[in-house]
Structures are given as structure tokens and as C-alpha cells.
Design a protein. Structure first.
Length: 181
């Protein structure tokens, strides 16, 4: 038994009961083929030139991406787009042992000011950034027995990627060194 595709399809050139004429390319005259030869050569050269240009552009693109350009954006680090704006983090170390241990502080600087969380808690010091880059802010609250408690932060940029300052509350003082994070 023969496969169904051999018996199911009509023979080429037949549609219904009428045989259709086939037009072949060999019917062109010899002179027509000779006149179109330069045009065909031009088309082949043009096509190969386009392929070469695309390959060069793609090769240049790949060569320019020796490192992963998105790595810095995906790393979680904030890059310096405009001065001090961004996120900063670093150690907050007490100057006296009775003032606690070393903690990690987080500073966020925006266009209107900054917020600094020195102890990874609910104590957030808000303040302003001066035109010269000096940061100053205070957090005040009422403690037990209606006692007024305040903590102040004073800092300035040491270089492009470092802010150094001090944190003070009563008799305790802390040294703060923050880096872009």
C-alpha cells in the first residue's frame, strides 16, 4: 500500500480536468539575460556590502561590552549622579565604651535634605545639606519623666565617595564614616 500523500495530492500542472501551461524562465531571450547580468552583479555586491557593514557594527558592539555594563546598576550600589545625592552606609563607632557597640549607619541624601539612621532603629535624624556639602541635623524627643533627649549629626564630605562626621547625644559621641552603597 502506498503512502496517502502520494495518492492524495494532484499531479503538478493539473487543476481539475484542465492542464495549465507552465511559464519557464528559460523562455527569456539570450539578450535579456545578458543585459540584466550587471544588475545582478551589483545586487550581489550590494547585499554582501550590507552584510559586512552589519557584521562590523555588531562586532564593534560586542567588543565595546568587555564588561557587563549593567553590573553596577544591578549591584545595589548607588552611583554619584549629582554630588552627594544617594545612599551612604558605614560604621558608627562610639568614642567611649560605655556608649554601646559599633553599629552600621544608613544615610539617604535627597534634593531637600537628608535622613540618617545611625543605630538601625527608629531614630532617624533629619537635616539639611548646605551648598558646600556640610550636613547638619538633630533628632529630639521626650523621654521618661518628661526628660528632653536629643541627638545631633554633623558631617562633611571627605572625598567623592566618603562622608565623615560626628554624632553626639549627652555625654556620648560617635565617629561616623560613610561610603556610597
Amino acid at each position: 500500500m502506498s503512502p496517502s500523500y502520494l495518492t492524495g495530492y494532484p499531479k503538478l500542472g493539473r487543476v481539475g480536468k484542465k492542464i495549465q501551461k507552465k511559464i519557464l524562465a528559460s523562455a527569456e531571450s539570450h539578450s535579456d539575460r545578458r543585459s540584466s547580468l550587471p544588475l545582478r552583479q551589483f545586487a550581489r555586491c550590494f547585499t554582501s556590502a550590507i552584510v559586512m557593514v552589519c557584521a562590523l557594527i555588531f562586532g564593534t558592539f560586542l567588543a565595546g561590552c568587555a564588561e557587563d555594563l549593567a553590573e553596577r546598576l544591578q549591584s545595589g550600589k548607588v552611583m554619584a549622579w549629582d554630588g552627594l545625592l544617594g545612599r551612604w552606609a558605614g560604621p558608627v563607632a562610639p568614642t567611649a565604651p560605655s556608649c554601646g557597640g559599633i553599629t552600621e549607619g544608613l544615610l539617604s541624601i535627597g534634593t531637600d535634605g537628608f535622613g540618617f539612621d545611625p543605630f538601625q532603629s527608629t531614630t532617624v535624624i533629619s537635616g539639611k545639606v548646605a551648598s558646600d556639602g556640610h550636613l547638619a541635623g538633630t533628632f529630639a524627643r521626650t523621654g521618661g519623666g518628661n526628660q528632653s533627649l536629643s541627638i545631633s549629626f554633623d558631617a562633611a564630605p571627605a572625598d567623592v565617595d566618603t562622608i565623615r562626621g560626628t554624632l553626639a547625644s549627652g555625654r556620648c559621641h560617635w565617629s561616623v564614616t560613610l561610603h556610597r552603597s
